[in-house]
Design a protein around this ligand. Structure first.
Ligand SMILES: NCc1[nH]cc(CCC(=O)O)c1CC(=O)O
Length: 318
């Protein structure tokens, strides 16, 4: 252990949502076990994404919606690192900050959660015209492709709020991340884990990303002890794919990654909002080329029609 960090206090930044707190307290507990001589404190704050609840996420479309306040505090030195759902962490970070650690991933898939009147039904058994709640363009576009008869309605708020809106009857079913439900011990609400053939998950879904100041070696030495290398490699490939495709707005992009031995396979999809066009492709290569694989697959996808989809979306959101 580096003497610089002994007997000091390390401040961890977190959003205040129940899920964020469960995740941050897990990180705090794991680090406290490993470094009993350090005092780990949690400092919470509300992000813009937690405050603006009446506007569709795809319309806000702003990067760092859930992370910016924490990043400002990190740069100002009032916290030392921040714990995020990796999926909410932009692929380009502000100058002076870096992704310092990726923890072991939960199941990255999406989950179908249904109103009690549909108990026991999977996606293909829901009635025509069923109202599905999601605020993710990725989920909407891929589900619409497979189930054109469904109606899609925006849903915002934290997990508990969304479940309440479903239970009140505002939706027939909603789509949520398996990981979030399991972490909040609500895995029993999962009616169906959405198969990859129907919908690919979000970049980084199910993993935690710990963001810190670039080159803060003392902090890096501490947080790296929680890194799960295979998850990190998968997520680096996924994030490179997204980074290369991203413009200024939220885009319907899904991924899937598998590691077998020293080989990583990345599958990526870019979908048009009407669900009509899906550009899907895959790439395999050595795990230590994850980043380059993501970029290459993205370039290939652009040439195969993804660029047209992205241009259409950015024109619409203007
Ligand atoms: N954008 C909201 C968000 N950010 C992370 C999770 C769930 C946990 C995860 O994916 O790691 C969720 C909720 C959801 O998509 O259902």
């Amino acid at each position: 252990m580096s003497p610089n960090v002994a007997t000091r206090t390390i401040r961890i930044g977190s959003r205040k949502s129940q899920l964020a707190l469960v995740q941050t307290h897990w990180v705090q507990g794991e680090l406290q076990k490993r470094f009993p001589e350090i005092n780990f404190e949690v400092k919470t704050m509300e992000s813009k994404g937690d405050k603006i609840l009446d506007v569709s996420l795809s319309k806000i479309g702003d990067k760092g919606l859930f992370t910016q306040e924490l990043e400002d505090d990190m740069l100002a030195g009032s916290i030392d690192f921040a714990v995020h759902s990796l999926k909410d962490l932009p692929t380009r970070l502000p100058e002076g900050l870096m992704l310092g650690c990726v923890t072991e991933r939960e199941d990255p898939a999406d989950a179908l959660v249904v109103h009690e009147k549909h108990a026991g039904k999977t996606l293909d058994q829901l009635p025509e015209g069923a109202i599905i709640g999601t605020s993710s363009l990725r989920r909407l576009a891929q589900l619409r492709h497979h189930f054109p008869s469904f109606q899609f309605k925006d849903i915002r708020g934290n997990l508990n709020t969304r479940l309440r809106k479903l239970d009140e009857g505002q939706y027939d079913a909603i789509i949520l991340a398996v990981a979030g439900l399991k972490r909040l011990e609500m895995g029993d609400r999962i009616q169906q884990v959405v198969p990859a053939e129907i919908s690919l998950h979000a970049v980084g879904q199910g993993a935690l990303g710990i963001e810190c100041r670039s080159g803060d070696e003392d902090i890096l030495a501490v947080i790296k002890t929680l890194e799960h290398v295979p998850t990190a490699q998968r997520c680096y490939a996924e994030r490179a794919f997204l980074r290369e495709l991203e413009g200024g707005c939220q885009v319907p992009i899904g991924v899937n990654t598998v590691i077998e031995g020293d080989s990583l396979k990345l599958t990526g999809i870019v979908a048009s909002l009407d669900g009509q066009t899906l550009v899907k492709d895959e790439i395999s290569g050595p795990v230590d080329t994850a980043d380059a694989m993501g970029t290459t697959l993205a370039k290939r996808a652009k040439d195969a029609g993804a660029q047209t989809i992205l241009d259409e979306i950015s024109a619409e959101s203007r």
